[in-house]
Design a protein around this ligand. Sequence first.
Ligand SMILES: [Fe+2]
Length: 347
Amino acid sequence: MTQASSRSAARFVLAATFAGALAGLTGPAFGQAGEVNVYTYREQKLIEPMLEAFTKDTGVKVNVISASSGLEQRIKTEGANSPADVLLTVDIGRLEDAVKAGISQPIKSDVLDKVVQPQYRDPEGAWYGISMRARVVYVSKERVKQDTITYEELADPKWKGKICIRSGQHMYNNALFAAYIAKHGPAKAEEWLKGLKANLAQKPSGGDRETARDVAAGKCDIGIGNTYYWALMINGGPAQKPWAEATKVILPTFKDGGTHVNISGVVLAKNAPNKANGMKLIEWLAGEKAQHMYADINYEYPVRAGIEINKTVAGYGKLNPDPMPISKIAEHKKAAADLVDKVGFDN
Ligand SMILES: [Fe+2]
């Protein structure tokens, strides 16, 4: 064991979030050959069974650092000695942050190239999408009679005072607004965002689930949220289930396009000390077993073709993802954030 990896192991002991990840970290015979270090923003509920299954399949032990923010910065600060092999994250915003922080190295994998469509990966291989989620609407079953809707229509004055949404600066909305800019250009996007703002029932607040809560409470007719939250609510405990029961999910589309999809993805760390195992894990995550887990534990859409979509999620109707590459959306993130400020969306 090198000095650097010994230090990093100590850090993992302090920071690892679940006991299973710690097994075998302390013995002097523990070498790098059979381990991989994962930094993750993903929830333990999803990631723990998945990484355990990976270890079972491959014999490679996984050490985990889990956080809700700052992982890119942490890897950057750790520099050449960073123990990070793989970063697991959600949202194109965070994947791009990782690239901008200079902590990624290109992933080269024929296996992944076959599974992950070009639309869902970085052209240079800096990140690959592994699962997908769509940004959709939860509408009142009682008060909204239509079964289809476009993103453009959300700015129609007929919805004045009827829409609930979280902060326009949240990464999920930022990606949707960036996609709108990519589709229609900045001037039309500004007009649309002003229209959407004018239709809000209240100041942007809460998270996606709270928009369903507020629809259920009659504060608004349409809540904007991600596909998996509704599935978590309807299949979850009694506190939130009624929020889902009062609403139905419509998959909106762009007028000339499909539904806005975002990804969860992987980055191979620039200084990955266990690069081969990192690649093994990344390819495993795109495999059939893991893809089923993304679908059934987290209610996401598998990126791999031919994997069954969870029943609740399939009940939303057939997803027709907008064909725009995720990397194209990323190019407009800054403009989207500026636009939110410009129109005072969150005020
Ligand atoms: Fe989320």
